[in-house]
Design a protein around this ligand. Structure first.
Ligand SMILES: *Cc1c(COP(=O)(O)O)cnc(C)c1O
Length: 421
């Protein structure tokens, strides 16, 4: 039998630990057989996967290139310096710290660097599209700081910059955070810069979701004129799980000290190697082409869903994601919609919508994104079919046998778009 590239690299794992091997292969097969609509997910390249599975994972490297607490860091310095230089070039940053282990600790380090405990900052409310680390009360960000939460406009379900400015003039925050987890529209970062200048706040963005679009020039990139920008590397940047912080030179020392020794210990240098690989890939013309197609696909899917009667938050999308108000359109909760779709091999997540009357555990909406399907080579015409699969699953939410039938159709559809060979 022909050996698959993905599995070829796991020969020893298979021999040594067949339970983990089997689960890993089953997960790969699940990813390939399903329609992946989770807006925060990606499929990394074979090169990123290979970099992850390398020996820098053995090494302790507390500190930064040229200033380590351990010997033997000659080659780790090469890896980390490449990752830093590529991140700076990709986004036009003055300084980059590539050590944050994930998005949440990156935000924590950024707050540590730019605020004192108890300071006031502004972030978007979780239920309106912000992240937990943007000031929610169950999160450190809402506990260590006085988090003033802003919302989207009730009518348009979009950012209202005048309202945010007014709120900022009253709250006098030390920092204003833009960039979101579930906001389907373009963000006017220049407007945030102006508001911050007016009220004297640090101007910061968390571009975890849209980083790949920013790098490709498909969404406004705030990095060159913001004080600091955090991002995960595993969403539209198409890299390994992790994060980076970029900032102006004047904040570089504070940011670096906040990451280490302020918050973390040793960096994960195999992951940082994979970040460097992903940044190099993101500079290629093919990446820009992909990012443009992501938005085209997102718009096509939004049209398909709206024309079959689904209400989308803000009536559409400018980026890689959309929020469907399934409760209003189909009289089904977000949780039940997620479950029905999962039974059909279609993966998305339940999500609150602006002014949701339901709870985050069982909200009114679902969040849908096109990055993964676009990586697999799908175009606008395929979005028509994906839209039909989604609506069919929602319309048959209570009928398990229909959903199982649909799952095999979905798998057949996906088999035309192989990825890990
Ligand atoms: C995903 C996300 C994060 C958190 O990233 P983790 O790696 O899951 O900790 C932070 N901010 C935003 C806006 C995100 O979308």
């Amino acid at each position: 039998m022909e050996k698959k590239l993905f599995e070829m690299h796991l020969d020893y794992l298979k021999e040594q630990d067949n339970e983990i091997f089997d689960a890993v292969i089953a997960e790969k097969n699940r990813q390939m057989a399903g329609i992946e609509l989770i807006a925060s997910e990606t499929l990394v390249s074979q090169a990123v996967l290979e970099a992850l599975a390398t020996v820098p994972t053995n090494k302790y490297s507390e500190g930064y290139p040229g200033k380590r607490y351990y010997g033997g860091n000659e080659f780790i310095d090469v890896i980390e310096t490449l990752a830093i230089e590529r991140a700076k070039k990709l986004f036009g940053a003055e300084h980059a710290n590539v050590q944050p282990l994930s998005g949440s600790p990156a935000n924590m380090a950024m707050y540590f660097a730019l605020m004192e405990q108890g300071d006031t900052f502004m972030g978007m409310k979780l239920t309106e599209g912000g992240h937990l680390t943007h000031g929610h009360k169950v999160n450190f960000s809402g506990q260590l700081y006085n988090a003033v939460q802003y919302s989207v406009d009730k009518e348009t379900e979009m950012l209202d910059y005048d309202a945010i400015k007014k709120q900022a003039q009253e709250a006098k925050p030390k920092l204003i955070l833009s960039g979101y987890t579930a906001y389907p529209r373009a963000i006017d970062f220049k407007a945030f810069r102006e508001i911050c200048d007016e009220v004297g706040a640090h101007c910061v963005a968390d571009i975890a979701h849209i980083a790949g679009l920013c790098a490709a020039g498909v969404h406004e990139n705030p990095v060159p004129y913001f004080d600091a920008v955090t991002t995960t590397t595993h969403k539209t940047l198409r890299g390994p799980r992790g994060a980076i912080i970029m900032c102006r030179q004047e904040f570089a020392e504070k940011i670096d000290k906040a990451v280490f020794p302020g918050l973390q210990g040793g960096p994960h240098s195999n992951v940082n190697a994979a970040k460097a690989v992903a940044f190099k890939e993101a500079m290629k013309p093919e990446f820009k082409e992909w990012a443009r197609q992501v938005v085209k696909n997102s718009r096509a899917l939004a049209e398909a869903l709206m024309s079959s009667g689904l209400r989308l938050v803000s009536n559409g999308t400018d980026n890689h994601l959309m929020l469907a108000d399934v409760f209003k359109s189909k009289n089904i909760t977000g949780k039940d919609a997620e479950t029905a779709l999962e039974k059909a091999g279609i993966y998305c997540n339940k999500n609150t919508i602006p002014n949701d009357t339901r709870s985050p555990w069982n909200p009114s909406g679902i969040r849908i994104g096109t990055p993964v399907l676009t990586i697999r080579g799908m175009k606008e015409t395929h979005m028509q079919e994906v839209g039909k699969f989604i609506v069919t699953a929602l319309d048959n939410a209570g009928d398990d046998s229909k959903l199982v039938q649909l799952k095999s159709k979905v798998a057949k559809f996906c088999s035309d778009f192989p990825f890990y060979k």
